[in-house]
Design a protein around this ligand. Sequence first.
Ligand code: K1U
Ligand code: ZN
Length: 189
Amino acid sequence: MSIRPIIILPDPQLRLKSAPIERVDSDLLQLADDMLETMYDAPGIGLAAIQIAVPRRLVVIDTSKEEDAREPRVFINPQIVWSSDERSVYEEGCLSIPEYYAEVERPARVRVSYVNREGKPEEVEADGLLATCLQHEIDHLDGVLFVDHISKLKREMVIRRFTKAAKRDGGGPKVEEAAKPKRMGKSEI
Ligand code: K1U
Ligand code: ZN
């Protein structure tokens, strides 16, 4: 397993539409393991393959609490097949837009079809943080970022900030190892 570099706004690759995965083989499972290791290291609760510059429809998620055992999940070709009319608001972040958080309103519950690690089709019905995270990651596969769901004024402000930082340092605002956030505790979710 290896930790891969995460690409940062305004990298144009983040706007690509990722290609469907045709075969579940050992290379794909290795990629999924690398994504999980990269996500745990960041740390984060989700990661789409395009965030490590691989434009394939692959997502990893772990929304378990810090004090609980890890629950790594792999979603190959995930697709939202149903979403609730009821909506909920979560404060979202993105490993490709470090240290920027904003409230986003999305369907409260979703049903998602996907292919599992064994290459078998499966469905999951999700609510709460998992529903939000699935929608956030599936958006990445279509080149959509969570800032596309906030006001135009806020979006333009954050894009301008990251574009300036990229010009200045050749990359987005740097997140020092010591400043990395910890996984959320029970009381914070
Ligand atoms: O896709 C990504 O960039 C990952 C992103 C997922 C996400 C977070 C919040 C709402 C929806 C989707 C993250 O993991 S941002 C980092 C984060 O949420 C976190 C960081 C440390 C501890 C716990 C959570
Ligand atoms: Zn993201």
